[in-house]
Design a protein around this ligand. Structure first.
Ligand SMILES: [Ca+2]
Ligand SMILES: [Ca+2]
Ligand SMILES: [Ca+2]
Length: 389
């Protein structure tokens, strides 16, 4: 039940959202040819049209009850349709596009009564089913959902405001449960990033960005429900870390970084609200430890020096008089010598020598002239000889 058309037919323009065929413009000049199929009632059932006069059908138009319901268009010239347009009551309602050339649609559009896209589904992986769904409002994206592991559950949700990305939600474990929330400013730059284990009330971490660059990170590494580590960044580089070790919400460890390396660590060991132990690092190796009962600003009572992980010297203010009255020297980490100020005002007057960690000799200056007057010799901890006055 078909007959050849005697004259070129009016070709219905395909409202292509995804492709621009140009077929309509070319149709008039190249003398399109069409075959019209009729149904039993004499209504047009189908048209097969060669819109470009290239000798090959590239547009198929289907009718039901005399009304156009579908167009199929070969947009690449291989004789097969790659764009499907569906009509309802004469208006374009849906379109499907074969972008990958697999002979089946991989992008699906839904349009509202004004011809504006309201929903786009896309098969981005060629699996044959959509993994990305974008909802539009006023012709611009409002929300998208993407299934990143092909299990049919969306793992990444994007929320757009006035067409620009405002928020990202993601199930980073790909189990369909959101555990990452990212917000963006009106320049599209990341401002806040929260990670939270599904089922937990409190965040595992919250990162704050300035100008799109990480500025502060708050973490709850122990899962206590409250942040206990705060990291601060300048121009994206870590400069300071504060930690709360006793869970009172206030930091008691302060770590300072320079060029990304730890240079100083202050600790409030007895949670008294002040740093009593300070570590200084050189090339990330411990170089000095200061202990001060009065806190960060007070004079240290004990300073210990280190080289390559071994103790080399200790300076001790045993009387808390504001000056070191006992200095201990170490070799290969073992105590070898001590100098003490006991009664002379401005110089040491007792010298103790050690071998294998044991005291072997003690010199004492009794008249403060800097010269020892008495020497004691030890064996196994006991005086065995005395020299001098
Ligand atoms: Ca998934
Ligand atoms: Ca604390
Ligand atoms: Ca003397």
């Amino acid at each position: 039940m078909s007959r050849r058309a005697g004259a070129p037919l009016l070709v219905v323009a395909v409202m292509s959202l995804a492709t621009c065929s140009g077929a309509v413009a070319a149709a008039e000049e190249r003398k399109p040819r069409a075959i019209i199929h009729y149904d039993a009632q004499g209504n047009v059932a189908r048209q097969e049209i060669d819109t470009s006069g290239a000798g090959r059908v590239n547009l198929w138009v289907y009718y039901e009850g005399g009304q156009m319901v579908r167009q199929e268009e070969d947009t690449v010239g291989d004789g097969k349709p790659h764009l499907w347009s569906f009509f309802q009551s004469g208006r374009l309602a849906r379109q499907e596009v074969d972008r990958r050339g697999q002979g089946r649609p991989d992008v699906w559009y839904e349009l509202d009564a004004t011809g504006t896209v309201v929903r786009k589904s896309e098969d981005t992986t060629g699996q044959g089913r959509p993994d990305l769904v974008v909802q539009y409002q006023g012709g611009v994206p409002a929300r998208s959902e993407q299934d990143l592991d092909g299990d049919g559950q969306p793992d990444r949700i994007l929320v757009f405001i006035a067409g620009r990305l405002a928020r990202l939600e993601e199930a980073t474990r790909r189990d369909g449960r959101i555990d990452l929330w990212v917000t963006f400013d009106d320049k599209g730059e990341r401002v806040r990033e929260e990670r939270r284990t599904p089922g937990r009330d409190a965040a595992d971490s919250v990162a704050y960005y300035e100008g799109g660059v990480l500025a502060r990170l708050e973490e709850d590494p122990s899962g206590s429900g409250r942040a206990s580590r705060w990291s601060y960044f300048t121009a994206g580089e870590l400069t300071r870390v504060e930690e709360d070790r006793n869970g009172d919400g206030r930091p008691d460890v302060w770590v300072t970084f320079a060029q990304g390396k730890r240079v100083r660590q202050a600790e409030d060991r007895d949670f008294a609200g002040r740093a009593t132990v300070l570590y200084y690092f050189e090339n990330e190796e411990l170089a000095r430890m200061e202990e001060r009962s009065t806190g960060d600003d007070g004079p240290p009572e004990l300073v210990t020096y280190y080289a390559h992980g071994q103790i080399t010297r200790k300076e001790h203010d045993t009387k808390r008089a504001g000056r070191f009255d006992m200095i201990s020297y170490f070799e290969n980490g073992t105590l070898t010598r001590q100098e003490a100020r006991t009664s002379c005002p401005d110089r040491p007057d007792v010298w103790v020598y050690y071998q294998d960690g044991k005291r072997i000799r003690q010199d004492e200056d009794h008249d403060c002239d800097g010269v020892a007057d008495v020497r004691y010799f030890f064996e196994n901890g006991s005086v065995v000889r005395r020299e001098g006055k």
